[in-house]
Write a protein that binds this ligand. Structure first.
Ligand SMILES: [Cu+2]
Length: 406
């Protein structure tokens, strides 16, 4: 099967490259998908900083198709541009410090109250909002809780939510899109190792077989030589639009040859995604291709926590801010085999606003590496995850919208 896999892969790659008129496939996916460092509670502190970030440090991404006329356009994205990052104060200016987005907060559900100091070190206002968490309004970081320049805001709360993947981002009035696009977003895990029997049955080794994937559509501005100059607020379709994972374009993530948990966040501000796993490399293409070989991803959780049982999908929608946890059985592949996390624009629902006329494209590669050994590799998924009961009582299909006057 493995030899056949390679032949089919090369054939498919050739066909795709010909049909899409692009091909610098050897350079594609030579960046490394960074795994942001994790901070485990309850001793959390964070600074919001101005940074410079290179989205394509190896020059892996260079060529895209102009959708309007089919011309090939070459871009140089291997340059640093202004961005925002969240960093633990102890991590700033040390190797591993982030130059884009934020660390992964791993929150234990049994933690006591957290007092979370957040310091604004950028030249403008911002907020930090905990997307999906149940917490007091004064700690939620909504548009009303602006953190002034050089001020520290204390967000105080306990983790009372179900086990899930949440996230955090700027929620500044009128500037949320701009600040999130420039990097103000990060992933949060809510876990409960002491009480959750599924904890040990699913991959849980951070950065080994359990990865946060902040998937973002992004557009850039370029100078007259097509060299990148800055991030464009929002995601505008057309030339200069790219998909990225954890702040890197054309990145590869090395995964063990066993079950791997991929905690996907659509951290875009406009773009709805339809994500699938393919062996065929499809890069920034606009043509329909119905002969793609999909591989199965098992949905184990959404933003609301575990689903009822591992549900197989070939592709799945991620709306803005959505989280989906998929487990993929990379144990069926050999060392060096590569699969691509791919967005299929042509499979979006017709009414997905803002989502048409974008590229379908691989956003990162997963490269199987048999030298990576999780301490507790997972080889079989549990048959069931969580039982749900439909709440008794009538289901109302209409709602009355109340309006209040002063
Ligand atoms: Cu949100």
């Amino acid at each position: 099967m493995k030899a056949r896999f390679s032949v089919i892969f090369l054939l498919a790659l050739t066909l795709v490259c010909l049909s899409a008129q692009i091909c610098d496939a050897q350079k594609l996916f030579t960046n490394e998908v960074p795994v942001p460092y994790a901070i485990e509670g309850p001793d959390w502190r964070i600074d919001i900083i101005d940074t410079l970030h290179n989205f394509d440090p190896n020059g892996a991404v260079s060529t895209v198709i102009d959708q309007s006329n089919g011309d090939t356009m070459t871009f140089n994205l291997n340059a640093s541009v202004q961005a925002f990052a969240y960093n633990n104060p102890d991590s700033t200016n040390v190797p591993g410090a982030l130059t884009y987005a934020g660390p992964t907060f791993i929150a234990d559900r049994t933690n006591d109250k957290i007092d979370f100091p957040i310091t604004n070190k950028i030249d403008t206002l911002t907020t930090v909002h905990w997307h999906a968490l149940n917490l007091p309004a004064e700690s939620d970081g909504g548009p009303h809780q602006r953190i002034q320049k050089n001020q520290t805001w204390h967000s105080v709360f306990s983790i009372i939510d179900e086990v899930q993947t949440a996230w955090y981002h700027s929620h500044l009035m009128d500037f949320t899109t701009d600040q999130v696009t420039r990097g103000m977003a990060g992933v949060m895990y809510v876990q409960d190792p002491g009480n959750d029997p599924l904890y040990a049955q699913l991959p849980n080794e951070y950065g080994v077989n359990d990865f946060p994937l902040n998937i973002q559509a992004k557009s850039f501005l370029f100078d007259s030589n097509n060299k990148v100059t800055s991030i464009k607020a929002g995601e505008k379709p057309g030339p200069g639009s790219f998909g990225m994972v954890n702040g890197v374009l054309g990145g590869a993530l090395h995964v063990p040859s066993s079950m791997v948990r991929l905690r996907m966040l659509n951290g875009s501000t406009i773009k709805i995604l339809n994500i699938g796993l393919t062996r065929d490399l499809l890069y920034n293409y606009t043509t329909q291709n119905d002969s793609i070989h999909f591989d199965t991803m098992y949905l184990v959780a959404t933003g609301g926590g575990y689903v009822d049982y591992p549900r197989p999908f070939t592709n799945n929608l991620l709306s803005l801010g959505d989280r989906r946890e998929f487990v993929v059985d990379f144990g069926q592949y050999d060392h060096g085999d590569t699969l691509y996390l791919t967005h299929f624009d042509n499979k979006l629902p017709k009414d997905a606003k803002y989502s048409k006329h974008w590229y379908s494209s691989a956003m990162c590669a997963f490269v199987v590496d048999t030298t990576i050994h999780p301490e507790q590799p997972v080889t079989v998924l549990p048959a069931t995850l969580k039982s749900y009961e439909i709440a008794p009582g009538p289901i109302f299909k209409t709602r009355e919208k109340k309006t209040y006057s002063d």
